[in-house]
Design a protein around this ligand. Structure first.
Ligand SMILES: C[S@@+](CC[C@H](N)C(=O)[O-])C[C@H]1O[C@@H](n2cnc3c(N)ncnc32)[C@H](O)[C@@H]1O
Length: 382
């Protein structure tokens, strides 16, 4: 990830413009050893953090607010350094990020997808698409659907978007996220198909298994009636374990196939076929309707005064389902406060920022609407 090492990064006390060329803007600046700088670019808002370094100070993008546009981060760091009159000792990227900008219009952040995508098109989701052969083929043959790819591996995601651009496919959207968490935040009854092809093996590390009980439960919610979860694997162990999980659910139909003919074969599939290994398919069809639930989660904050008092006092709340902890609080100009809090599920909490002035909001966007995040939010504002 890009970073800059400089002598110091402090906002000069004399008045200066916090707006730079190209629509880059500093929204807030928390000075101090371990500071936080809110930045706005034409297509994203995020936080840069500065930490002490042996040569002075190191500036990086905060991971939890990181947008998919790396060049915005690079340019923002240069803008901040210039406004602060910093002397840059080192940076791990070339001088003119815009020159090398690659615009991934269909690369959206998880929260953008949740907030912006009200799909008129029916959604097909592919989890861990790897080289992307299958999703590309689906997108080309089914232009009337929106194809959402979820990946944790950034190079695979970039490769897919490059390929989609080359093939003039504008019905592919990519979210860079752990599918197990992201799927929890999608609205109910949104998707027709969810593909999980050759998920990473799990025998050595059960925590990495994508296809677990919770994943199936959440995927069923996201599917419309008659929608399908389609697992394909070369591992009999993975298949048997997943079948076992699926059999615990009601009102679904389960189909099992071995060495099913397929129109498109992924890189992994080719490899296993050459070794004459069996390929297992598990297809789960949802046989019921349900009402939209998580669209009712409202993360707005009505009373900023109560929240300000609460945050200033610092707190830790641990319930059996969620946690909520104040990690750090900065005082900003104009009596405003920036706070970093930890909230959400006990086993996978998130770090998120709150900006509290006359009004209060999560910065740059509210947490993903999972039931644990919402429970923590209610505790925060209650
Ligand atoms: C073995 S590869 C299979 C790729 C592709 N589906 C195929 O059939 O060739 C597994 C893929 O899943 C991705 N992956 C692993 N865990 C994931 C998770 N929790 N969320 C999203 N993607 C994940 C990996 O980055 C990798 O690209």
């Amino acid at each position: 990830m890009p970073h800059i090492i400089a002598d110091k990064i402090d906002l000069p006390s004399k008045t200066c413009s916090l707006v730079a060329d190209g629509g880059f803007e500093i929204l807030f600046f928390a000075n101090g050893f371990d500071g936080a700088i809110g930045v706005k670019t034409p297509r994203a808002k995020f936080i840069l953090r500065k930490f002490p370094h042996e040569k002075g100070v190191i500036l990086k993008c905060d991971k939890s607010t990181r947008p998919p546009f790396l060049n915005d981060i690079k340019k923002a760091m240069l803008v901040v350094a210039e406004i602060c009159g910093a002397k840059i000792y080192e940076k791990n990227y070339e001088n003119d990020p815009i020159l090398h900008d690659r615009e991934y219009e269909n690369f959206v952040s998880a929260s953008e997808f949740i907030n912006l995508f009200d799909c008129a098109k029916k959604l097909w989701i592919e989890i861990g698409f790897g080289s992307g052969r299958h999703i590309l083929k689906n997108a080309a043959e089914n232009p009337e659907k929106l194809h959402l790819g979820i990946e944790i591996h950034r190079p695979s995601a970039e490769q897919l978007l490059n390929r989609a651009k080359y093939e003039n496919l504008n019905n592919i959207v990519v979210v860079l996220a752990d599918a197990r968490t992201f799927i929890k935040s999608l609205k109910t009854s949104l998707a027709e198909r969810i593909f999980v092809h050759f998920p990473a093996p799990w025998d050595k590390n059960a925590d990495r298994k994508v296809f677990n009980m919770e994943f199936v439960k959440e995927s069923l919610k996201v599917l419309a009636k008659n929608g399908k979860i389609e697992l394909r694997t070369d591992s009999e162990n993975y298949f048997e374990n997943s079948l076992n999980i699926a059999e615990g659910f009601e009102n679904i139909t389960i189909e099992k196939k071995i060495n099913k003919e397929t129109i498109i074969s992924s890189k992994y599939e080719d490899r296993w076929k050459k070794l004459n290994r069996n390929i297992f398919d598990l297809i789960i069809t949802k046989n019921y309707d349900e009402d939209s639930v998580n669209s009712k989660m409202d993360f707005s904050i009505k009373n900023s005064d109560i929240l300000r008092e609460k945050i200033s006092a610092k707190f830790t709340v641990k319930d059996e389902n969620y946690l909520l902890i104040t990690k750090k609080v900065w005082k900003l100009n104009n009596n405003a406060i920036l706070a970093q809090i930890i909230m959400g599920a006990l086993n996978s909490p998130i770090a998120i920022y709150l900006l509290i002035g006359d009004q209060a909001e999560y910065f740059p966007s509210p947490p993903l609407p999972t039931k644990e995040n919402f429970a923590a939010h209610l505790a925060l504002i209650g």
